[in-house]
Design a binder for this molecule. Structure first.
Ligand code: SF4
Length: 465
């Protein structure tokens, strides 16, 4: 029996047992554990301690969108007042000066990413200005990945030409689902022709990596309509696909209150939608990466998986292990080897901070040795669907994995009985079911899960199935 046939026959009770709410582990410790006790001064200490020849990944958050998609959980500012982005670039420029002064000379950018929001909210002249703000202060390494997120509904030929001229070589397009009924329900009407036109324009302009985001579990999605969305990938030919489960969190995301929960697929239906995607991409030659990403065999993500250099951060799965992540913009997250730091989520106070000469850090965390060990374990599992315990022991002086994680090893036993993983000498290997449920396995090693966040607020996570 193939992996897929086994998954198709999965017991309903077993599926229900593992349909829990745990973090997505784009970081460990996860964001609810970061707090305001971590200050700008702590962040400056970490930045100042970067080795002079560090390779950096720089994330720039551009929060503006013209309208709100109901499914979206990003920190966005909805505005039709176009001058808002020009004013924002004044703040980005001030923050870039502060960041430049805080890090040692000699660092270079190996990966630049504009995310949002909608980076193509910026007209071409503002794109040029933002790129100059960065490159005037931070040298870009040769062969750097220069990427951004794009909304096909608003992408113009002039923007594509500008981005190509600036050296952008990878773009992520939000597609989600191509069915009109689903698009109406989530307030994102986006004809496939508009996606195709964007992809064709980007390829013709020299972009060599096209990523597409899909979402399963949306309102009114059926196996049939989802199958049609998947079949459109034959024409789109993405190099990478992120296939996320819809996170329905009306208690946290106000815009989702409008959604009729009766129109949402249930646990079994969500699982079948995921399997349909898994089957489609596998049959079309894509590698299955982590829980929910797919890449062509020649894409750098597939290479990074083979070469054990895959990385997971708050943008999902990515390449370039060994880079330190810094950021610019409201709500953006810096991810250095021993700390996380998040900037102020509120546009007005973010702007006031940088105008006053402060790096706009709102909260963060310095990792303890225990955090670092657990982070390495969770990262290994989430990226490689396996955990080589001897590799973890080699990385942390004096660590005896079995003794240190005696409780966690006992907690893995039921997961082993349920077929999610098995032991192969010092390596814990996941099955295909375990790969899909990586969050459940990783959560065993999360020392904070179930505890209150430092602010005392309760935390709501998305479902694992
Ligand atoms: S999905 Fe993209 S375009 Fe829609 S609200 Fe979120 S960031 Fe904006």
């Amino acid at each position: 029996m193939t992996n897929l046939e086994m998954l198709e026959g999965i017991d309903a009770d077993l599926l229900q047992t593992y349909d829990t709410r745990v973090p997505r582990y784009t970081s460990y410790p996860t964001a609810p554990q970061w707090d305001a006790a971590f200050t700008e001064s702590d962040y400056r200490d970490h930045l100042g301690a970067l080795p002079p020849n560090s390779r950096l990944s720089l994330y720039v958050h551009l929060p503006f969108c013209l309208e709100r998609c109901t499914f979206c959980g990003c920190n966005v500012v909805i505005s039709k007042r176009r001058s808002i982005s020009d004013d924002y670039l004044d703040s980005i420029e001030q923050e870039a000066d502060l960041l430049r002064a805080a890090i040692p000379a000699g660092v270079e950018i190996a990966q630049l990413h504009w995310g949002g929001g909608t980076p193509n909210y910026l007209p071409p002249n503002e794109m040029r200005r933002l790129h100059a703000v960065i490159t005037d202060r931070f040298p870009i390494a040769e062969h750097a990945e220069i990427a951004l997120e794009l909304d096909p509904r608003h992408l113009t030929d002039a923007q594509i030409a500008t981005l190509a001229e600036l050296g952008f070589n990878r773009a992520s397009l939000g597609v989600q689902d191509t069915s009109e009924r689903v698009q109406q329900a989530v307030n994102r009407i986006q004809p496939s022709e508009c996606v195709q036109r964007s992809i064709d324009g980007l390829r013709a302009a020299g972009f060599n990596g096209i990523n597409v985001d899909l979402i399963y579990g949306l309102p009114h999605q059926t196996l049939e309509s989802w199958g049609r969305t998947l079949d459109e990938m034959v024409d789109f030919k993405p190099d990478r696909v992120a296939m996320y489960g819809f996170a329905f969190l009306p208690e946290k995301l106000r815009q989702q209150v409008k959604l009729d929960s009766d129109t949402l697929p249930d646990t079994r239906a969500r699982f079948e939608l995921f399997l349909a995607g898994l089957r489609w991409f596998t049959e079309h030659g894509y590698s299955h990466i982590g829980m929910d990403h797919f890449a062509t065999p020649t894409d750098e993500l597939s290479t990074a998986l083979r070469e054990h250099s895959l990385r997971r951060n708050f943008m999902g799965y990515t390449t370039l292990a060994g880079t330190e992540g810094v950021c610019l913009g409201t709500s953006a997250i810096a991810q250095l080897s021993r700390c996380f730091a998040q900037s102020d989520k509120h546009l007005a106070s973010y702007r006031r901070s940088v105008a006053a000469g402060r790096l706009p850090i709102d909260r963060g965390m310095t990792l303890s040795r225990d955090d670092e060990i657990r982070s390495a374990v969770i990262h290994e599992l989430m990226c490689f669907s396996a955990l080589d315990t001897s590799r973890i022991e080699a990385r942390f002086d004096g660590l005896d994995f079995t003794a240190y994680f005696a409780d966690e090893c006992a907690q893995l036993k039921p997961l082993e009985r349920d077929g999610l993983l098995h032991h192969d000498g010092p390596v814990i290997r996941t099955s295909k079911l375990g790969q899909i449920l990586l969050r459940n396995i990783a959560s065993v090693f999360d020392a904070y899960l179930g505890k209150k966040s430092p602010g005392g607020a309760s935390t709501v996570y998305s479902r694992t199935v």
